[in-house]
Design a protein around this ligand. Structure first.
Ligand code: ATP
Length: 403
């Protein structure tokens, strides 16, 4: 290794002429200059690389800091007062007064959803995309279910068409006759009998957007937001007219009042009140029809059944033998079924089966065929499937008894 200038060998002999010495030194200088140039390039590259790593480091440090931060909570602005902004936290439903910057003040109004930190300062507002309503509402533009997909509910279908389809398709007839079409239709009956199917089919027939929301989700999943969600539900419907709003499990928000004054109850009450007031203002609502469904008709608060609300009640029972046969035919339309499969016989034996049960029997029969290495489904597959489904239901009943 070379430490000092004295250690460097001279590029010429002691006895070389002056001229030779100059030439040798010039050559050495050229080499050093080109090496210098090379080093400068390398240094530049290294600097650029360094810069890149520096930026990466900054980004990772920032991300790390963010990850270490405590999570933000979601709240809704209740009121903007001179003393501050009243927010209500979701989840625990607690109200708090917080201060906001002038800049933030411009972005919020009562009802705005915001993210707050541990000290309940508003960190940011949440826009519609992160809005809770997107997660609880099922919006389908013209669902693909048609009247032909529904078996054994001819009477119910006619009633739904008369009360939902006609006002959407020929509102002028109601005007000319001088009557208000019913605001809401309530479908009630055991689970899996086709209530959702009826609502979807009528939305399809009228080219309407189908907006579904479950009553239980309204009150249990997003505590403190039920009333707002109901408002949102009707707003989404207005934005997508013509629309059919389908509220499944309406009993969760409209069951008979109990005497207890727990906050949960108050919340359910508020949600129902909001629904009633939306329905009472129905005339101005234009092309929106409301269908609700329940398995627990006995539980319903009579307030929702008053005229002008859900005043058309349609019972959707389990299918009789004829209905069951029709439902078997519907659900085997695309199946490779043997010629000797007798749907009328299957319909006779599957007493108490709902439409959903029959669909399950058909799928299960197909599975039996597949397990057996066949692509055709035989009568025995359907019989075995029914036996299996009955056994499962019995197991279910037993476990419920011991639960
Ligand atoms: P729940 O009360 O449990 O919400 P529901 O009455 O709304 O039930 P659906 O969701 O309409 O029942 O039915 C479930 C499935 O069962 C349907 O997607 C359909 O495949 C089948 N099904 C039920 N009833 C019928 C029917 N009458 N005709 C044809 N298929 C049916």
């Amino acid at each position: 290794m070379t430490d000092t200038v004295d250690d460097v060998d001279l590029p010429y002999d002691e006895d070389a002429s002056q001229q030779e010495k100059i030439e040798a030194l010039r050559q050495r200088l050229q080499v050093v200059e080109s090496q210098n140039e090379e080093m400068r390039d390398k240094l530049l590259d290294a600097n650029a690389e360094n810069n890149k790593y520096q930026q990466k480091l900054e980004r990772l440090t920032h991300e790390n800091k963010k990850l270490k931060q405590s999570p933000l909570f979601i709240a809704t602005i209740q009121e903007i007062t001179e003393k501050g902004v009243v927010i209500k936290q979701h989840g625990n439903n607690q109200e708090a007064l917080t201060e906001v910057t002038d800049e933030m003040l411009e972005q919020i109004e009562p009802g705005t959803r915001v993210a707050v930190n541990n000290s309940l300062s508003i960190v940011k507002t949440l826009d519609d995309e992160t809005d809770v309503r997107a997660r609880v509402m099922q919006v389908e533009h013209k669902p693909d279910v048609t009247y032909e997909d529904i078996g054994g509910l001819d009477e119910q279908l006619n009633e739904v068409r008369e009360t939902v389809e006609m006002p959407l398709e020929s509102p002028e007839m109601f005007e000319q006759v001088g009557i208000q079409p019913p605001s809401g239709v309530l479908l009630y009956g055991p689970p899996g009998t086709g209530k959702t199917l009826l609502a979807k089919a009528v939305a399809n027939q009228t080219n309407a957007t189908f907006i579904k929301m479950a009553g239980s989700e309204l009150v249990h999943k997003f505590i403190g937001e039920g009333a707002k969600l109901v408002r949102d539900l009707f707003q989404v419907a207005r934005d997508h007219e013509p629309a059919v709003i389908f509220i499944d499990e309406i009993d969760a928000i409209a069951s008979k009042r109990t005497d207890s004054k727990t906050s949960g109850d108050a919340e359910v009450q508020r949600t129902m009140m909001q629904l009633l007031s939306e329905m009472d203002g129905f005339e101005e609502r234009g092309e929106i029809r409301i269908i609700a469904a329940t398995n627990r008709f006995d539980m319903l608060d009579r307030a929702i059944l008053r005229p002008g609300r859900f005043d058309r009640l349609i019972e959707v029972p389990k299918p009789g033998p004829e209905g069951r046969e029709k439902i078997f035919e519907i659900h085997t339309r695309n199946m490779n079924v043997d010629d000797d499969v007798d749907f009328s016989n299957l319909a006779e034996v599957t007493t108490h089966a709902s439409g959903a049960d029959i669909r399950a029997i058909c799928t299960e029969a197909g599975m039996f065929a597949i397990r057996d290495g066949r692509t055709n489904v035989a009568m025995k597959d359907f019989q075995d499937a029914w036996a299996k489904i009955q056994a499962e239901e019995e197991d279910d009943d037993v476990s419920k008894t011991f639960a």
